[in-house]
Design a protein around this ligand. Sequence first.
Ligand code: MG
Ligand code: MG
Ligand code: MG
Length: 309
Amino acid sequence: MAISVVGHANPDTDSVTSAIAFAALLTAQGMEAKACMQIAAKDLNPESTTVLKRFGLAAPELLTDAAGKEIALVDFSDIAQGPANLTAATLVAVVDHHKIGDVTTNSPILFRAEPVGCTGTVLNKMFKEAGIAIPKNIAGGMLAAILSDTVNFKSPTCTDADKAAVKDLKVVAGVGNTDELFMEMLKAKSAVAGIPAKDLLFRDYKDFDMKGSKVGVGQLELAALDQVADVRADLVKAMEAVKADGRHSVLLMLTDVVKEGTELVVLSDDPALIEKAFGTKLTGNSMWIPGMMSRKKQTIPNLQKAFGC
Ligand code: MG
Ligand code: MG
Ligand code: MG
C-alpha cells in the first residue's frame, strides 16, 4: 500500500508542496508514496494554485478518509486538522515545524519537527541528509512555501535555516529573484476582482470589546494599495453597514506587505480617539501607519490603550 502524505485541513502552500516533496523523498528512498490533500484541486487557494502552475507541479490527490491507510503527515500533527478517521490509520511519519500535536502511534515512526519557519525548510535538510537531489519543480514548490510561511522573511517565525534553505532551493529551482516570486504569490493571494466588498471586509475580521465599546477590525494583506482602489468605496459602504450594527468603530487595515505599513480606514463615533491611539491624523477617513503589519501585536494593543482597557 502506498503511503499517503497529507498536510493540514484548509491547506496552505506549505502543506501542499511539502506533501509533494516528502512523497518524492520517500519514493526516491524506495518506498511507495503519493502526495495528497484534504480538498479537491479546484478548491485550492489562489496562492497555492499559482505556485503549482508556475512550477508545473500536479495538485496532490484528494484524501478525506484515512481509515485503514498508511499516512504520513506534513505541516501538522493535530488530529483535528487531519482527514477523517486519522486515528484509524497507520501513521508512519511526521515532518513538521509546529508544536507537537496529539497524534499517537503504536510503533516507532519517523518524527521530524524543527522550530523553523516552514516544513519546506525541514524537508530541504532531509533531502540533503539522504543525499538525494531535489527535482527542479519540487524545489520551486518548496521555495515558494518558505517565502509564503515566512512572509518573505518578514515574519518573526523566520529563522536562519529558512534563509539558508531559500539560498539552496532558488538555485535548484532556477529562480533568480525570490522577491518577484513572492510578489507573484502575494498578488494571487490578494486578488480582489469579483469578490463582494462585504466578503473582503470579513475575510480576516474580528470584533473586540474595548471597555464596553464594540470595535471591529478587518485586515487585507496586499502587494500594493492600488489593488483595492476600485473597490474602496464599496469597502467603506460595507464598513458603514457593519458599524451601524451596534459598533463604536470599524477599522480596516489595508496592509501593504511590500512597503511594510498599513493604511488604516477608520469609521468611528470618536475619530479623535483613534487618532490618539496611533498618534496620526486622519486624512478623510484613513491614515497611513508605517511599520504596522500585525493586528494582534500592533493595532489592538494601541486601541486598548486609547480606550483605557
Ligand atoms: Mg501550514
Ligand atoms: Mg508551514
Ligand atoms: Mg502558513
